[in-house]
Design a protein around this ligand. Structure first.
Ligand code: HAM
Length: 416
């Protein structure tokens, strides 16, 4: 028997209801904030990501699913931001000069070692606001993300924020880190020794014990920030304060992708263990320009859907019980049963029947598995009397009603 590829999952019908609920909640929140949906292909040119995320970003170095043929090098998208900026430019949306707010829901691919909360195919719910450098939009993006968590009734999460500053500030940070870390290289993990050469900022958020110890001893605070970047960050904080959103400023939050400038943030949930980020994002003021467009500021975020589902209470509420189940007994009742089924569906009522010729007991079990609150039984005897047996499973009641009245009666029951 074939098995699914490691690090991927089948979402079977029993689970899909939670995904749909989560997606519906996100769509509702996005529409309240006037974010419009965008869908881009799952394959892109690989250079799009090496240019955007940085040649030395872990994702680019180790985690890209490459698809190569003689002429082309494509990749399964590891994230959405670069694709959306590409689509924004290719669709000439920059030419309108208008500020654009997008949201997206879809699969992403990273060639990682699978573990809890870390897969090779996972899903993002994310948003990108392209064309504004205003700190108020940083705050809005964070508020949208927070509103999605609240609407999903997720509790127990925390929000960390930081600012990396503008590209000049980032260079100043790199210089400071190089100076401070050069005498402490022996205490770092092998990977961070490599990062010291090409991706030094990432050392700050290495999760390894030995590196955390070294990083704790560094004196880096916000000395590398210029006046404008400080002001920008102060306004973001003021806006979050005004909304009553609690957050912690974490100077070691740096994120793994090169495109970030200024504000970065992460929503964490302790119950997730090692992979504790529910979602993350930040500002990327140079990406549009780097990909051939105008110099416009942008900011966005993405949640990992699988991780949201791990911490959400949605599953506790069980599946929705809303399918009416018809049990037809005897050959003569079959046509009338089929007509009844069509009549219910035409009236907008979800209905189903047993196609396996089960006994009454077996069919009742099937109805129960489906979570049907209403079961209609139609046998040859009932057909002769022009009635059906109407079983209200929730109230444990049963009655006979006229065939012609069934649809109205079911509607009435469903609405009460
Ligand atoms: P990211 O932090 O790489 O950011 O991914 C966002 C979220 O996706 C993570 O916080 C995590 O919940 C989830 N995630 C990432 N990798 C995996 C995985 N292998 N398995 C399961 N879940 C995963 C971005 O991708 C940026 N594009 C976010 C952004 C949007 N920044 C600005 N705009």
């Amino acid at each position: 028997m074939f098995k699914r590829v490691p690090g991927t999952r089948d979402i079977l019908p029993e689970e899909i209801a939670y995904w749909q609920k989560l997606e519906a909640v996100a769509r509702k929140v996005f529409s309240l904030y006037n974010y419009k949906e965008i869908r881009t292909p799952v394959i892109e040119e690989s250079a799009l990501f090496s240019r955007s995320l940085g040649e030395f970003a872990e994702i680019v170095k180790k985690q890209m699913f490459l698809i190569k043929n003689k002429e082309d090098s494509y990749v399964l998208r590891p994230e959405g931001t670069a694709s959306i900026v590409r689509a924004y430019l290719e669709g000439n949306l920059d030419k309108s000069g208008r500020f654009s707010k997008f949201y997206y829901i879809g699969p992403m691919f990273r060639l990682e070692r699978p573990q809890k909360g870390r897969q090779r195919q996972f899903h993002h719910i994310g948003a990108e606001a392209i064309g504004s450098s205003s700190p108020w939009i940083d705050a809005e993006i964070i508020m949208v993300a927070d509103a999605i968590l609240k609407a999903d009734q997720i509790t127990g999460y925390s929000l960390n924020i930081n600012t990396l500053g503008c590209p000049k500030d980032k260079l100043a940070l790199v210089d400071m880190l190089r100076e401070e870390l050069k005498g402490k290289l022996g205490g770092l993990c092998q990977e961070c020794k490599e990062r010291f050469k090409h991706n030094i900022i990432r050392i700050l958020d290495c999760k390894k014990q030995e590196c955390r110890k070294v990083v704790k001893g560094l004196s880096i605070q916000d000395k590398h920030l210029c006046g404008d970047c400080r002001q920008h960050f102060n306004q973001v904080k003021r806006s979050l304060d005004a909304e009553g959103l609690s957050y912690e400023v974490n100077r070691q939050l740096v994120r793994g992708l090169d495109y970030y400038t200024r504000t970065v943030f992460e929503f964490k949930h302790d119950s997730l263990g090692a992979q504790d980020a529910l979602g993350a994002g930040g500002r990327y003021d140079n990406l549009v320009k780097d990909l051939g467009g105008p110099q416009v500021g942008s900011v966005g975020f993405a949640f990992g859907v699988e991780r949201l589902l791990l911490v959400s209470d949605l599953k506790k509420h069980g599946p929705q019980r809303e399918v009416v189940f018809i049990i037809v007994l005897g050959d003569r009742a079959k046509d009338a049963g089929a007509r009844l089924l069509s009549g219910l569906r035409a009236a907008g009522i979800a209905a189903d029947t047993d196609y396996q010729e089960k006994s009454l007991k077996g069919a009742m079990r099937l109805a129960d598995d489906l979570g049907s609150d209403l079961v209609l039984i139609l046998g040859d005897n009932e057909l002769e009397k022009n009635v059906v047996i109407f079983k209200d499973m929730r109230r444990g009641k049963q009655e006979q009603i006229n065939l012609e009245e069934v649809v109205d009666k079911v509607k009435e029951k469903i609405e009460t």
